[in-house]
Write a protein that binds this ligand. Structure first.
Ligand code: FMN
Length: 258
């Protein structure tokens, strides 16, 4: 329905409503009133999102059935998300905090889960990169809605070594490497045309060589201190299992109220 009020569909839909009203053998005032009431009713259909309701029935999460640490369950859920063929199963929402204390969040892709650390790549001079330089504390959410699951991570982000970042950079498709070279991520640009021009020029420049990883581009590894697994349950009685890292390096495991 929302489609009817967007872009080119909108005038077509309004004309259609007008036609319905014109077909009516009534006074101009009545026809106009009918048009307005039809428009109002369709708007109400668009706005009625509070009726969207779904019971979560896909699984159970038992505290006794999960390992003492969060890694095995995260690996299992990641594998299941990938196996289910959902869109961007490795997408995670990464939240950072500005110097002024304002949080901001955006999607990045998990590129590796290694030794319990969450690895992603980005531009170190981007908005998130600048925020991470001031405050390395992050929150990450994996929104696996199709599985009625969510994993929330809190931890500390540390830059990967140049060698590790280079290894990943060199594994990326040629065009993606060029794009990383020409994009000053998060900075204002004049136009898309200007960006495409820079991209085309760089492609010519790198015709006979390989684009090297720019110094401002690389990876971060997030070491978690808190990991929470959420599995949707019937009647909103969801399962929440929380792992918290203790000073002795062991994980504390507990169930939270939904
Ligand atoms: C599905 C998806 C995957 C993305 N993956 C990445 C990524 O791996 N690295 C990245 O820097 N930006 C990625 N982005 C773009 C970011 O969401 C964001 O626009 C960009 O990093 C700039 O963010 P910032 O201005 O807050 O630094 C992705 C966006 C989407 C929607």
């Amino acid at each position: 329905m929302r489609f009817l009020f967007s872009g080119t569909a909108c005038p077509v839909f309004l004309l259609y409503l007008f036609r319905i009203c014109l077909g009516n053998e009534q006074s101009t005032e009545r026809r106009f009133a009918l048009f307005l009431s039809l428009l109002w009713k369709s708007q109400k259909i668009v706005m009625k999102i509070d009726d969207i309701r779904k019971e979560y029935k896909k699984g159970r999460l038992l505290q006794c059935a999960v390992a003492p640490g969060p890694e095995p369950l995260f690996e299992q859920w990641l594998e299941e998300a990938v196996g289910a063929g959902i869109t961007e199963p490795t997408a995670m929402v990464l939240a950072t905090v500005s110097e002024e204390g304002y949080p901001s969040a955006r999607t990045v892709l998990l590129k590796e889960f290694k030794d319990g650390k969450f690895i992603f790549f980005t531009n170190y001079e981007s908005r998130k990169g600048i925020q991470l330089a001031h405050n390395a504390h992050v929150a990450i959410t994996f929104p696996w809605y199709q599985q009625e699951r969510q994993v929330q991570v809190e931890g500390v982000a540390v830059k990967l070594s140049e060698t590790e970042s280079e290894a990943y950079f060199n594994s990326r498709p040629y065009e993606s490497r060029i794009a990383a070279v020409v994009s000053s991520q998060s900075r204002p640009i004049k136009s898309r045309r200007e960006l495409l021009k820079k991209f085309a020029e760089a492609k010519i420049r790198y015709r006979e060589s390989v684009p090297e990883k720019p110094i401002y581009w690389g990876g971060y590894a997030v070491t978690p201190v808190r990991v929470e697994f959420w599995q949707g349950g019937e009647h909103r009685l969801h399962d929440r299992i929380l792992y918290t890292l203790q000073p002795d390096g062991k994980w504390k495991r507990e169930r939270l109220a939904p």
